[in-house]
Design a protein around this ligand. Structure first.
Ligand code: IMP
Ligand code: MG
Length: 210
């Protein structure tokens, strides 16, 4: 019989847990608990996959009602929003397109406040109905930047959908039209969100352990 690939083993890079444990000297306690270690930090379960899917289906249903007679152009903000965008997109019944914009504002567990485009929008979006898709709105600097970029393209309308919002950190004035979860001002990973590149593949959302 082959070595069983546990969830913990998978998250840490797709290696069987026992081999990984030996290689990185990870304690048995970690492997049998529900804590997740990414780089130097510990994360604990926060929102599970089923709860995420249920809320995403509800938000998609709202969008389907609001855009029943319109074509939607989604703009997914990379990297973090790619999993949320994909699951939401699969639940949309209106004719819809997906575009991607890659920006960067975070380093480690802190927003730098300075947002830069890494891959910009290439197609004309004038007179189109846009919904910007974000994994998490924290200070709001990223959304402010993207909203401004999209506005320049003279679209018919712009709305915003986000998986998560940290209301206590938010300093922006853009309305989040479609929101799955408001969360406390704590760093989270999983379901597309990362800590220095790791954790995006987690099926659930985890919170930094205090
Ligand atoms: P903002 O510009 O401060 O609103 O930060 C937004 C971006 O920073 C998001 O698109 C995420 O990529 C990243 N971010 C913000 N908070 C977190 C978090 O708790 N975990 C992981 N990434 C985050
Ligand atoms: Mg993001």
């Amino acid at each position: 019989m082959g070595i069983k690939l546990t969830e913990k083993g998978r998250q840490a890079g797709g290696e069987p847990a026992t081999r990984l444990q030996k290689k990185k000297n990870i304690s048995k306690k970690f492997l049998s608990s529900s804590l997740m270690i990414l780089h130097d930090k510990e994360f604990e379960p926060f929102i599970n996959h089923d709860e995420l899917q249920e809320k995403i289906r509800m938000v998609a249903a709202e969008i389907n009602l609001d855009y029943a007679d319109k074509e939607i152009h989604f703009i997914s903000i990379l990297n973090g929003a790619f999993i949320f965008s994909s699951d939401l997109f699969k639940n949309i019944t209106a004719p819809c397109y997906m575009h991607f914009l890659k920006v960067r504002s975070y380093e480690g567990t802190q927003s730098t406040g300075a947002v830069s485009n890494i891959i910009g929008l290439t197609e004309p979006l004038n007179h189109k109905h846009i919904i910007i898709l974000e994994d998490i709105v924290d200070t709001g600097a990223t959304m402010q930047h993207v909203y401004k970029e999209v506005s320049k393209m003279n679209p018919a309308s712009i709305k915003v959908a986000s998986l998560l919002l940290k209301p206590d950190a938010y300093q922006g004035n853009i309305k989040i039209d479609y929101l799955c979860f408001s969360i406390p001002n704590k760093f989270v990973v999983g379901y597309g969100l990362d800590y220095d590149g790791l954790g995006r593949n987690l099926k659930d959302v985890y919170q930094l352990k205090s």
